[in-house]
Write a new protein. Structure first.
Length: 392
């Protein structure tokens, strides 16, 4: 039995089998390159599902979290800490939002936004105006409430009953939004439906939806758990859509590998939460926030321009590969559409043999490489991807 097989055996015996793990046990890595316990090399086109913004073990990020860990690892939100305060300041100044609430993951951030929207409406209009519209094919998390918000039936089985007060409407249909707006306090949407197949939502539709929400005092919540923190070539994807949301959620890439999420509050809702309304034990953890500050420092205009260029480079190269009929996405959030009859899961499995880590998103192969991936690493990963596509 190999070292990797030993780890897999222990995991299978003692860890709940709620993940469809691939037969790979990874031991160490640097930027977009990692190795398993038997020394096999892989190019990482997943960044831990969009988490490792600066790749594996970035020296600046490691230094930031190590320095903070030697000072104060946790103290709770009953007290102030510098990393939490400074991260909130940076996020608000760079987005035009007014306040930040920190949590641990995307579902928790989305729940915070849902609570904020419902309290805002309750305080202003009283009970009954609490419905939230989300889009068909959306994904907002795996808690009971965020599953209710998720517009995909495949995630709903077994876990009934769900939290009340959500309706799913078709993306792109502004009349459907208007027709279902009675009793609505918020509209919640991803700008690129990641788990739904890397599908960008129409820009004109989002702008019309934002205008309708503004005119009717319906809050607009933009879920940037996967698209935020530079992933699409701007700090947040909503910047490319020409809108200003009332609430924005972020997670994954903001922590760079540590659990961290944020809800950003616009002017209309910046005072909606009062002491006791919402809380989380580990939100704003000093170590996680120190790492996030290093990430935010690195993501400047030049960095974001490179993210866009790398994405264009990958999409252009991929289009000449076997069985590929199209690509979708923005920046380094890329979906690859295959010819009919070819399954993304088969490409992922073949990629493991050729030395590249890949993701799926419904009918597409999904790429979420580190934002710091080099062109040499891209070329090595694309070579392995090409070999995998020939293999299927």
């Amino acid at each position: 039995m190999t070292n990797s097989e030993k780890i897999q055996s222990i995991d299978k015996e003692y860890v709940i089998h709620s993940y469809g793990r691939f037969p790979v046990a990874l031991e160490h890595g640097e930027n977009a390159v990692c190795y398993d316990f038997d020394g096999k090399k892989y190019i990482d086109f997943t960044s831990g599902i969009g988490v490792n913004s600066l790749g594996f073990c970035d020296k600046g990020w490691v230094s930031a979290i190590t320095a903070q860990a030697s000072k104060l690892q946790h103290i709770s939100n009953l007290y102030y800490t510098e990393p939490c305060a400074m991260l909130a300041k940076v996020l608000c100044e760079r987005t035009g939002m007014k306040k930040a609430f920190f949590a641990n993951g995307g579902a928790e951030a989305n729940e915070g936004a849902i609570k904020a929207a419902r309290k805002y409406s309750f305080m202003k209009y009283g009970p009954g105006r609490n419905k939230i519209l989300t889009l068909v094919n959306s994904f907002h998390g795996r808690t009971v409430t965020t599953l209710a918000a998720t517009g995909q039936d495949v995630f709903h089985n077994y876990f009934f009953p769900f939290t009340e007060g959500f309706e799913h409407i078709p993306a792109g249909d502004i009349e459907a939004l208007k027709a279902h707006s009675d009793g609505v306090c918020a509209v919640m949407a991803e700008l690129i439906q990641g788990e739904g197949g890397v599908l960008p939502v129409d820009r004109d539709y989002i702008q019309k939806a934002a205008e309708y929400c503004r005119e009717n005092d319906i809050l607009l919540i933009i879920d940037e758990v996967q698209t935020g923190i530079g992933r699409t070539g701007s700090l947040f994807c909503f910047e490319q859509y020409g809108i200003m949301p009332d609430l924005v959620t972020a997670a994954k890439g903001i922590g760079g590998g540590l659990p961290l999420a944020a809800v950003l509050f616009g002017e209309k809702v910046e005072e909606v939460f009062r002491p006791g309304d919402h809380a989380t034990t580990f939100g704003g953890n000093p170590i996680a926030c120190a790492g996030a500050l290093e990430i935010m420092k690195r993501i400047d205009d030049k960095f974001l321009e490179e993210v866009s260029k790398k994405g264009e480079y990958i999409r252009e190269r991929v289009m000449s590969m076997p069985h590929v009929v199209g690509t979708a996405g923005m920046g380094l959030m890329i979906g690859i559409e295959l010819e009919d009859g070819y399954k993304p899961a088969d490409v992922v499995n073949a990629g493991l043999k050729s030395g590249v880590l890949l993701l799926t998103a419904k009918s597409k192969v999904r790429l979420l490489p580190p934002l710091t991936i080099t062109y040499d690493e891209i070329d090595d990963g694309l070579k392995a991807l090409g070999e995998a596509l020939k293999e299927i």
